[in-house]
Design a protein around this ligand. Sequence first.
Ligand SMILES: Cc1cc2nc3c(=O)[nH]c(=O)nc-3n(C[C@H](O)[C@H](O)[C@H](O)COP(=O)(O)OP(=O)(O)OC[C@H]3O[C@@H](n4cnc5c(N)ncnc54)[C@H](O)[C@@H]3O)c2cc1C
Length: 463
Amino acid sequence: MRAGSACPDGTIAVIGGGASGVLVAAHLLRAARQPLDVVIVDSRAPLGAGVAYSTGDARHLVNSPSCEMSAFGDRPGDLIGWACAQGCEVARSDFVPRSLYGRYLSHVLAEARRQTNSASGLSWFREDVVALTRQSRPDGTAFVLGFAGGGHLDAGHVVIAVGPPSPRAPWSGDAELIGHPGLIEDPWEPRSLDRIGPKASVLLVGTGLTMVDVALTIAGGGTNERSLYARSRHGLLPLAHRTTPVEAWRGRLETAETARELVRAIRVEAEKIEFAGGDWRSVVATVRRQVPELWSALPVAEQRRLLRLGLRYWEVHRHRMAPAVDAALTRLRQGGRLDVGPGRLLALSARGAKLRAQIGRARGDEVLDVDVVVNCTGATGGYPGGSRLLGQLVRTGLATVDGLGLGLEVDEHGDLVGADGASDPGLHVVGWARRGQLLESTAIPEIRAQAERLARRLTGAHP
Ligand SMILES: Cc1cc2nc3c(=O)[nH]c(=O)nc-3n(C[C@H](O)[C@H](O)[C@H](O)COP(=O)(O)OP(=O)(O)OC[C@H]3O[C@@H](n4cnc5c(N)ncnc54)[C@H](O)[C@@H]3O)c2cc1C
């Protein structure tokens, strides 16, 4: 298959080569009964790494135990087996470095390519897709992908696996701050943290997992004297996993009609299990699997309320730190290197080479004069964000942003719903862009399940 080929039959284009795109491609190749051309389009290398697994910092660990991070739902030991074959002893409850996990995903793709039937194939175009259009062909509806570099690709099916929107710093609209050398808008930009001086004072805006990664990278080495302040509205840090696995909670929540009822029901079950000598984490693990059902049962106004009032609390309990990461962060805090607290960034202004941050707190504002401010708020931009492709899809009516701006409107199978309200059986969405529908759609277990289901559907393989 070539770019510009007029033969879309059997061609499935996967836009995005992060974990979602790679898992879709690998499951398609494994499930293929008929010859299938799978084409991944992404300018970013290596395939599989995306933002999450391209970190070279060995202190950055995955945030789930290795038995939950397999590429295969029915083979929880696959990652462990592969890691051991590489000479890394990994147990079920270990949290592997994210760079190792990125290599695992590359291996999964390479294996799927090796094992697929001989007439099927995989190609990778190192391009950004900037346009997607439908074209009518005598052999049925097909699509044309337009590349930033000018080429194009025809496909019979398209999988949109583009991940979250780019981070958008709270100060990005402030013209006076543009180009200030102390501002770091995207800490995942390669080498963006290198310019922080060894004695710098640093304000980290956000206290979630991105902040934890950044704090470990810039202060965790012990060879510098940087002082760090982390602030967010709630000042809540992600909680930690236990070092030993927790027993599963076998209960089930009834769907609720209001956000308040739902939050209360989760809290009651967590308290009951703690009272009985168990662990709240087991309730969170079970409820996580029920989230799409609980979420979709709420009216939109209540979903909005849940996002405003309850999401941050859910996230700190659900997206937890590996025990070793928690220990490293605690050392930084106890050593006086990292100060974490509540406070909303109200204003930021340049004071020569320094930056002055005004932080709103319940007991009076706080003023911090620092050398560097790093945006650690994560993917806060909302869809379609700055993506040329998503902007074009929405403009042309092929896609619509869901009512809460969390992702794209999809039907129950994850097929894209256009402005006319109809879903397109040739356009499929995997990962982050399904958050509006599922809420939990960003971590490997959820992405893996979506990829497996889609591959079975597109290849006609039995469930
Ligand atoms: C720092 C971090 C750590 C994480 N740690 C974990 C963890 O430990 N465990 C876990 O389960 N989850 C973790 N996650 C969640 C993470 O979202 C998923 O695990 C997974 O990496 C998401 O992959 P993705 O492919 O959907 O998105 P991404 O990794 O963002 O990949 C999307 C890809 O699409 C490409 N793309 C975007 N637009 C276009 C376009 N127009 N044309 C072509 N290509 C395009 C991008 O270049 C990118 O490579 C983490 C997330 C982050 C940010």
